[in-house]
Design a protein around this ligand. Structure first.
Ligand code: HEM
Length: 152
């Protein structure tokens, strides 16, 4: 994909950076939407992860939309996600096995949905964020009265 052929049908605070990332990775709003929907389709069919999500998510349409915005911000630097992932995860009853499973599903769906460069771009970021979230969760579980540590 050349920059001339990328149409910017995506809200972004940094259009030049977003276009450059789209060209470099082959990622686009449509690809990220497809990835998010396929990924959470697998999560909802997964014996390890499904119970954690089922206990928290009451409106899947809202969660999926939030996650498309999140991944657009992370992967294409659109600046559109304004949530706080750390406090969303620190109260969850999750451990290394949940993170391993989450990453295994994410890697498989990313490779299946994206170009090799796009998959690598997403997987690197997912692994980094999962690591930070895991440390925050462990820290909250070992000292539940301490405020959550913020990693981003
Ligand atoms: C052990 C693996 C994980 C589990 C079980 C899990 C579960 C959840 C649940 C249940 C929520 C909804 C929280 C709520 O609305 O009350 C959530 C939100 C979210 N998760 Fe995860 N998650 C996991 C890993 C990750 C990873 C690795 C990432 C990023 C790479 C991530 C990104 C997010 C984001 C951005 C939100 C929305 C936070 C917000 O803005 O409210 N999660 N997750």
């Amino acid at each position: 994909m050349s920059s001339a052929t990328v149409s910017l049908s995506i809200p972004t605070t940094r259009p030049e950076v977003t276009v450059a990332l789209m060209v470099e990775t082959g990622l686009s709003p449509d690809v990220l939407r497809d990835l998010v929907h396929r990924f959470y389709g697998c999560v909802r069919a997964d014996a390890v992860l499904e119970p954690i999500f089922a206990a928290r998510i009451t409106d899947w349409a809202v969660h999926l939309e939030r996650m498309v915005t999140f991944w657009s911000s992370i992967a294409l630097m659109t600046g559109q996600y304004h949530g706080r992932p750390v406090p969303a995860h620190t109260p969850l009853p999750i451990n290394a096995a949940h993170f391993d499973r989450w990453l295994a599903l994410f890697r498989a769906i990313a490779v299946d949905t994206c170009t090799p460069a796009g998959a690598l771009h997403l997987i690197e970021r997912a692994e980094r964020i999962a690591h930070s979230l895991h440390i925050a969760v462990q820290s909250a579980q070992s000292d539940p009265v301490a405020p959550p540590k913020l990693f981003f």
